[in-house]
Structure formats: C-alpha cells, structure tokens
Design a protein around this ligand. Sequence first.
Ligand SMILES: [Zn+2]
Length: 143
Amino acid sequence: MLDLLQKLAVYREKYYNLMVGRYALWDRLNKDMLIFCVALNFINLFIGSWIVRTVAALLFLAPIFRLFSKNIDKREDENTNYCKKRKGVVEWFKIMYKRISEIKTHRYYKCKNCDSYIRVPYKKGEHTIDCPKCGKEFKVKIR
Ligand SMILES: [Zn+2]
C-alpha cells in the first residue's frame, strides 16, 4: 500500500514537471469539445460516417493539444471567445424553451434597439411596448 502511494507521488511529480509552463486547464472549451466528441461518437453508432468519425477524432485531439500548449495567452483568448458565443447560444435556447412553454399566455419580442427579449402578455391586436432595458418604444401586432 505504501509502495503504491510512493509510486503515485512520483507520477504526480512527473506530471507537474511535464505541465510546467503549459496551459493545462480543463476550461469550458476543452470540456465542451470532449462532450461533443462523445455525443458525435454516439450518433455515429447509427450513422457510421467517416466524416463524423474524423470530426469526433479532432474534437478528441484538440483538447489534448490545448492542455499541452505553451501559448497560454492564445488558449485563454480562445476560451474567452468561445464562452461569449456559447452564452449567446445558451440564451437563445432558454428563450426558445420559454417561448414554447408559455405559448398560450405570453409572446416574446426582441428589442430592435438593444437586442434584449421582452415578454408580453398574449392579447390580440396592436400594442405599443416599452423596452424595460433601454426604454425605447415600439409597436407589435399579436395575432
Ligand atoms: Zn431595448
């Protein structure tokens, strides 16, 4: 048992020495690429396409490359840009879910001025709404 712990300590030190000066972070981009890799492999069980298999392989290799990369600034920039885009996509799916689940009682409109979504009670006819974020007024027609 003690022998095993000593071996583990040696491996841990070797790992730390290997990772000095490297990115070595399991950031959002790396995690998501691995999740997509697993998902694509699962989908490919039914499709069996070499294109999907290649993309999945790249999604497996890219996080490894990023973990060992010494260009830390560039890897951080990649993750920051990815997180910004991801936030927009997640937001869009949340709004779509709300739109569908509240379709009988509310409607959602995007403000043309500030791009935020506005929830309006479902009443037929023409209405003027004020954007709660930027205060701009605009007209909507609910059918
Ligand atoms: Zn607005």
